[in-house]
Design a protein around this ligand. Structure first.
Ligand SMILES: Cc1cc2nc3c(=O)[nH]c(=O)nc-3n(C[C@H](O)[C@H](O)[C@H](O)COP(=O)(O)OP(=O)(O)OC[C@H]3O[C@@H](n4cnc5c(N)ncnc54)[C@H](O)[C@@H]3O)c2cc1C
Length: 561
């Protein structure tokens, strides 16, 4: 073991191991030490959550870390996210409103067995000549001008080591957050429990209804991350490459208190009450139970993420953590590692990174802030099918058209671009954030009016033209930053039209307003008459977008003029 490393990484989970690989790929002679508390190999399947990836995180694993071949050979391809909504006949899966892709997706993603993946990442990390010490529990870190010292315990012996940089990837170990006291709460009281079952569970076999089965090619439903939803909760079913299955319940404390799900027997009883078909299909599997895990109040924020002065950064769950709905955990690790590795590499080249570190930190924390609106107070909407269908499409639209696009085009480490997009008051990023918040608030206002329970509907996101284009656009490399900004601007125009059209549909339904009114999407409100329908900022319907919003609309359209 050396005395001094360029980087000491605290924790060898997904965030820490991927950071080490990213750094080594960029600078093969960088010296890195990874300290991991766990002494043994990770268990297959029954290891951690974080099994379902979406486009941004998949791009990171496949392209940035070059894990494409490994993922295709050893983990499962994923067939998107799939949702089954509130129903009066939950026992019959074929009668529930189902949302999910029918055809194979152009932009790939994966289902990860976190145990097999982490074991592989450790092997790769070592092959790249990075030292990984297992059974090493970090006890303290001290920062000083002469260098950063990490104290860890291995085999009951306290050992000191030094790193020019310290990257905290200790997940919920939260080494630096505890030390500096920068943990922040945010108002989001949601809990989760999960367990793994030996063997394959294919929900396609949960019904004999031929018409329902034939909606997709055999095997595709199995590969989706499946969500069963109703007010205040969602239940996940995720297939794993090790031929096991991950099941989880995520529930808002106010509507489904934690003590109703916090033990395996309670969770099974809860399923019986809330998701009887899941209960019927999963309860007999008890003999195949591999683990049962709980996490109360999982969401947390953080006051700091990077320090250029003291040369530390946090990554993964040791920083802020939002919510697992839409599987964004690996996305945030990707963004986080992008910023942190860039700071480390520039610093090692001798660049002054102080200003850059501050800008990355601001961008990271404000991105977290703007993303909270997707989740905060939204679990109450999970039993409102029409709102959730529209919301899921809206959330995907903003994710694909802006966040994922900027990531695949390496925009988040381009200071000029960050400034142009996020710093000025009329910058595209600020406009996008304002629009997004307005639409998310609008969903809450809409809730009292969305009362119908729908059944026997299948809805595919890729039947919507704008969504299909946004998803395909993620993989398009724009020739230069100007072209990228041009594309973000075009995408924002479309998002504005979509927001205005959603408002038109709802307002016509609820308030009998004309479906042709002009609407300023930045002002949409249902509870008063403050929506701007007259100024120059109010936009007219676009027939293409109206057609797309019609696809996601379940109520009978009123024939008003
Ligand atoms: C209910 C739930 C469901 C989720 N589902 C998904 C999903 O489907 N898709 C997705 O992308 N994300 C998901 N996530 C998020 C995902 O779990 C996290 O993003 C990811 O696991 C975080 O990785 P990490 O490396 O930061 O933490 P971890 O994987 O927890 O790694 C931290 C490592 O640090 C080690 N450690 C801790 N303390 C110390 C110490 N003092 N010294 C040394 N080592 C230490 C630990 O042993 C551990 O190995 C979910 C999260 C929750 C809560």
């Amino acid at each position: 073991m050396q005395e001094q490393y360029d980087v000491v990484i605290l924790g060898g989970g997904l965030a820490g191991l991927t950071l080490s690989i990213q750094l080594k790929r960029a600078k093969p002679d960088i010296s890195i030490l990874v300290l991991e508390k766990r002494a043994t190999e990770a268990a297959v399947a029954a290891h951690k959550v974080g099994e379902s990836t979406v486009e941004l995180g998949s791009h990171y694993l496949r392209e940035v870390l070059d894990l494409k071949e490994y993922l295709e050979a050893h983990e499962l391809p994923k067939h998107g996210l799939r949702f089954f909504f509130k129903s009066n006949t939950k026992e019959k899966i074929a009668s529930r409103v189902e949302l999910g892709p029918r055809e194979l997706l152009p932009v790939p993603s994966h289902q990860l067995d976190r145990g097999t993946l982490e074991n592989e990442l450790i092997r790769r990390t070592r092959t790249l000549d990075t030292e990984v010490i297992m059974g090493a529990r970090v006890k303290d870190v001290t920062f000083s001008k002469s260098g950063n010292e990490v104290i860890y315990v291995k085999d009951k012996v306290e050992i000191k080591t030094n790193g020019r940089w310290v990257a905290d990837a200790s997940g919920r170990g939260n080494v630096l957050k505890h030390k500096f006291g920068f943990k922040k709460d945010w108002d989001h009281d949601v809990n989760a429990v999960w367990w793994r079952l030996k063997g394959v569970i294919d929900i396609d076999k949960w019904s004999d209804d031929a018409e329902w089965k034939n909606k997709l090619k055999p095997g595709l439903r199995y590969l989706s991350t499946v969500h069963f939803m109703d007010a205040g909760y969602w239940v996940w079913v995720i297939p794993l490459g090790s031929k096991n299955t991950s099941i989880g319940i995520v529930a808002d404390q106010k509507l489904h208190p934690f003590d109703k799900i916090n033990r395996y027997e309670n969770a099974i009883e809860w399923l019986k009450q809330n998701e009887p078909l899941c209960h019927k299909m999963l309860e007999p599997e008890k003999e195949n139970l591999m683990d049962f895990m709980i996490l109360k109040h999982y969401g947390h924020n953080s006051g700091r993420v990077y320090s250029g002065e003291e040369r530390w950064g946090t990554t993964g769950e040791s920083g802020p953590f939002l919510d697992p709905f839409y599987s964004p955990g690996t996305d945030f690790i990707s963004l986080n590692n992008g910023w942190l590795s860039d700071l480390i590499l520039r610093d090692l080249k001798g660049e002054d990174i102080l200003v850059r570190a501050k800008i990355y930190e601001q961008t990271h924390l404000s991105l977290f802030e703007s993303w909270t609106h997707i989740y905060q107070y939204k679990y109450q909407l999970m039993g409102s099918t029409q709102i959730m269908v529209v919301k899921i499409f809206w959330d995907w639209a903003v994710y694909w058209s802006v966040l994922a696009l900027l990531f695949t085009n390496k925009a988040f480490t381009d200071l000029k671009l960050i400034k142009e997009l996020f710093a000025s008051a009329d910058g595209l990023g600020r406009k996008f954030t304002a629009l997004h918040k307005q639409v998310q608030d609008f969903f809450i206002e809409w809730k009292p009016y969305d009362t119908e329970i729908f059944s026997n509907k299948y809805i595919d996101p890729f039947d919507l033209n704008f969504l299909r284009k946004f998803q395909q656009g993620i993989d398009v490399k724009h020739a230069n930053p100007e072209k990228l900004v041009e594309q973000v601007s075009k995408n924002l125009d479309i998002l504005e039209k979509v927001a205005a059209e959603i408002f038109r549909h709802v307002s016509t339904h609820v308030k009998n307003t004309s479906p042709k009114i002009k609407v300023n999407p930045y002002t949409i409100k249902l509870t008063d008459d403050s929506t701007d329908t007259e100024s120059v900022n109010a936009i007219s319907p676009d027939p293409e977008i109206t057609k797309d919003v019609d696809v996601m609309w379940f109520y009978k359209k009123k024939e008003l003029v």
